[in-house]
Design a protein around this ligand. Structure first.
Ligand code: USQ
Length: 385
């Protein structure tokens, strides 16, 4: 099987590349290295040191003898994307090549517009290139559970839902109410993909994923294979940030009351789920929605998990409830449906979350000195208001 990974240099893109290579697939990775530059612009860096793209390709050759090709290209350039897909003739294309930070999108008009342009245009280009080249190519699109926001209903795992409006019944797209321009850009992507599927029968898996945590997968057995791990206020996700804060002896930055609940999953479980979704596509012309997480936790629960795991390593941490920079519900109902991943044999987390957090803190402790230099990027500065 040959797979194109758009955004193949990122946190998930690189980890998935390694999983597919380890399974003997051919991987064509595409990336414009935007995240590397944008993280530096915020005065931050990856907590774990990562190789450059040439060294990464060499490591894949040496460690796996893998069939891997890297293109430095921008997916918002239709002709570049078209050429790569036409030459590579993939069975599936995974699309991670989007601006993935909610705080980044909330910084200014320029950042919001960049997020909208990059994310929506890259998906439109992908849709058109697949339609023109080969409609049988399976598009695996990384969306987000945050497309739904935090509604007071069970979030269905489907594109459509039955609705009664003024005594009439119809099937409508599942209602969404995102909490940032970034999350809205993914809602727009979803609408565009549903339309493309209806118009041209393009085969799509639209993944509604929750925040991912973790420093390793079972393929990352060597420091040369580290994937990036961000922890600054803009690019870091909550659990990875808490682990870095613990290593630095800083209080955990719980935003507001900490009752915000999300569906989390480990990096290992995320790449395994993605590999299985690629191996088991929907029927040709099908549109499949996947609510991708293993367990829901509130931020307060995560803080407790981190302080327990840190204590086992002799680190004492406390949680600080700081003013929430975001506009979001701090106590709410949260229950996304979850049936696709269990049907693929992924019903439970592969590792207990506290053990996984222990492993992240242990990995990060080896780089404590490197992290000390970046303490000032932790506290949130971007405000939603
Ligand atoms: N939060 C804290 N303290 C922190 C950081 C975050 O309390 O130091 C809270 C936030 O207020 C929010 C929750 O933790 O309520 C999640 O925040 P996050 O920064 O971990 O995640 P988010 O901004 O929602 O975005 C991340 C990824 C994004 C992905 C999304 C899945 O960056 O690419 O789509 O998680 S989801 O959250 O389900 O939308």
């Amino acid at each position: 099987m040959r797979v194109i990974v758009l955004g193949g240099d990122g946190y998930l893109g690189w980890a998935l590349t390694l999983r597919l290579i380890a399974r003997g697939y051919e991987v064509v990775a595409v990336d414009n290295l935007y995240t590397r530059r944008a993280v530096e612009e915020c005065g931050s860096t990856s907590a774990l040191p990562i190789l450059n793209t040439v060294e990464r390709a060499k490591a894949i050759k040496e460690i796996f003898d893998g069939n891997y090709k890297f293109y430095m290209a921008d997916v918002t350039d239709y002709h570049e994307l078209y050429k790569i897909i036409e030459e590579s003739k993939p069975d599936a294309i995974v699309h991670f090549a989007e601006q993935r930070s909610a705080p980044y999108s909330m910084r200014s008009a320029r950042h919001a517009a960049y997020t909208m342009y990059n994310n929506i245009v890259s998906t439109i280009n992908l849709i058109y290139a697949v339609k023109e080249i080969d409609k049988n190519i399976h598009i695996v699109k990384m969306g987000t559970l945050g497309e739904y926001g935090t509604p007071n209903f069970d979030i269905p795992e489907s594109a459509f839902v039955d609705a009664h409006i003024n005594d009439k019944k119809d099937s409508i797209i599942v209602p969404k109410f995102a909490n940032s321009w970034y999350h809205w850009s993914k809602v727009h992507d979803t609408n565009n993909l549903i339309f493309a599927n209806k118009l041209w029968g393009i085969t799509v898996t639209d993944i509604m994923q929750g925040p991912v945590y973790g420093s390793r997968t079972k393929d990352i057995r060597d420091e040369r294979l580290f994937t990036r791990l961000d922890f600054d206020e803009t690019w870091g996700t909550v659990l990875n940030r808490f682990c870095v804060e613990a290593v630095l002896g800083l209080p955990l930055t719980v935003y507001g009351r900490g009752g915000q609940t999300r569906g989390f999953l480990s990096l290992e479980d995320s790449v395994e789920a993605l590999a299985r979704l690629i191996e088991h596509p929907p029927e040709t012309g099908g549109y499949r929605v996947v609510n991708q997480f293993t367990q829901a936790y509130s931020i307060n629960e995560l803080a407790k998990i981190v302080s327990n795991a840190a204590a086992k390593l002799g680190i004492e941490v406390k949680a600080d409830h700081i003013e929430n920079p975001r506009v979001e519900k701090e106590e709410h109902y949260y229950n996304p449906e979850r049936k696709v991943l269990p049907s693929l044999g992924l019903s439970k987390p592969s590792v207990d979350i506290e053990d996984a957090v222990y492993e992240i803190i242990r990995d990060l402790s080896n780089y404590k000195e490197r992290l000390e230099a970046y303490k000032e990027v932790i506290m949130p500065k971007v405000r939603w208001r």
